[in-house]
Design a protein around this ligand. Structure first.
Ligand code: FMN
Length: 179
């Protein structure tokens, strides 16, 4: 064991990591989609999930103000769309239009579901924790959806080995951890 910089330790530890999308809306109902690596389930009862969103992201403003988001889980076939959502801001782009992803109405929250995703979770923000340059939003899952097809391989961001490459760019590598 040797003492190293955190960046070096992270190279050995954090990837591959499943990637998710969070959808939020502005006051006019225009939706934004952010790609997220930092997320976790936090409670069975009530069912809760937490996401960590950078304060500079447009999604941070929309989720802080709207207090709702949809957590959408992309399949292995969605690396291009995820890359777009993770490298462009909703301040100056319409991500549903640019990616061709299809919004579907949710039942209990304003942000739409993403039709092409494997799972969509409707979430209401019940808490926010300032952690530095990111905020952890704790969302109560108020409704859940799953696609009717049988896709099951989820998209991960990863390293050069240890998973099957599916696409990427701009420094990101997407792939699949099977099983
Ligand atoms: C694979 C991947 C994972 C990311 N994970 C996070 C994350 O966990 N938290 C975060 O704030 N940004 C994350 N980002 C960056 C945002 O998705 C990116 O800054 C996005 O353009 C913000 O969009 P917005 O300004 O429309 O909200 C990630 C990007 C990629 C490509």
């Amino acid at each position: 064991m040797r003492e190293v910089a955190l960046s070096q330790a992270e190279k050995r530890w954090k990837r591959p990591e499943r990637v998710v999308l969070a959808v939020s809306v502005d006051e006019k109902g225009k939706a934004d989609i952010i790609a997220l690596g930092w997320k976790m389930r936090t409670s069975f009862d009530p069912p809760m999930v937490a996401i960590s969103v950078g304060k500079t992201r447009y999604s941070h403003k929309l989720i802080s103000e709207g207090k709702e988001f949809v957590l959408a889980i992309p399949g292995e076939d969605m690396s291009e769309e995820v890359l777009y959502c993770g490298t462009h801001s909703g301040r100056d782009s319409d991500k549903f239009k640019e990616t061709g992803l299809t919004p579907l109405p949710a039942k209990f929250v304003s942000p739409p579901l993403i039709k092409e995703c494997i799972v969509n979770l409707e979430c209401k923000v019940v808490g926010a924790l300032d952690t530095g340059d990111h905020t952890i939003f704790a969302g109560q899952i108020v409704n859940s959806w799953a696609s009717e097809d049988d896709r099951k391989n989820l998209l991960s961001i990863g390293m050069e080995t240890g998973y099957e490459f599916r696409g990427g760019g701009k420094g990101y590598r997407f792939g699949v951890v099977k099983g």
